[in-house]
Each structure stands twice: as C-alpha cells, then as structure tokens.
Design a protein. Structure first.
Length: 128
C-alpha cells in the first residue's frame, strides 16, 4: 500500500507541470488549446456556435475536409452531443445554443481521413 501512496503522490506533484506544458493554452482565435493526439486543437465556444481549429506541428493548419467529428458539451446537468462538420480550412463547427459559463466541459472526437480517431477534453474557464 505504501508504494501505491508514493506513486500517487509523485503523480500529483507532476500534474501541474504537465498541465502547463503547452504554454499559455490560448490559441490564435482566443480559444482554449489542448493537445489531442498528434494535433493541437483549439476550441472556441460562443453562445450560438462551437468551433474547433486543428493544427499540426509548427502550427500548420490541418485540412478538415472529409473529417468526422463530434463534441459532447457538459454544462451543469446538461449533456449534448453535436456533430461537428468541416467549416473551411482547418475548422470544424456546430451551431446551437450553448451554456458557456465557467466550469463547462467539452469532449471533442475527431477522425480525419486516413487517420485514427483522436479525442480531447476541454475545460471552459472564466475570462479575466
């Protein structure tokens, strides 16, 4: 049991560093950025639209034509799963009404043509 406690404590100490590893976590479209598989994915969530932007190494835009993607929005007791559709360039989007309050979470799943499915989780935080 002692070894398990030491392992958990060690992991907890390294989590803050891992969380900060991506940098400022704000993308060029003022959204939240997370590493999702081999991609950097930026989530921009507005009251009437959810949009994700996919980039690769060095910030290269990844073409989303032919992609199949979804987003599950968890805000309070609400859970909605949306189909994201290619929206030009490196963007995928879905329209609707969304609760954008701090504390909401969004899980994004993306399958680009010829690539394995990748998934990532985003937290929505209050803007200062």
């Amino acid at each position: 049991m002692k070894a398990l406690e030491v392992a958990l404590l060690s992991a907890a100490l390294f989590l803050p560093a891992a969380a900060l590893a991506h940098g400022d976590k704000t993308g060029p479209n003022d959204g939240v950025v997370e590493d999702v598989g081999k991609y950097h994915v930026e989530l921009v969530m507005k009251a009437d639209e959810l949009r994700v932007f996919v980039t690769g190494a060095g910030g290269a835009k990844v073409d989303t034509r032919g992609a199949e993607a979804s987003a599950t929005v968890l805000a309070g007791p609400e859970k909605r799963t949306l189909k994201l559709v290619p929206a030009g360039g490196n963007a995928l989007a879905a329209g609707g009404k969304f609760d954008t309050r701090a504390g909401a979470k969004v899980v994004v799943s993306i399958a680009l043509p010829g690539q394995p499915v990748v998934s990532g989780s985003f937290g929505i935080f209050a803007k200062n």
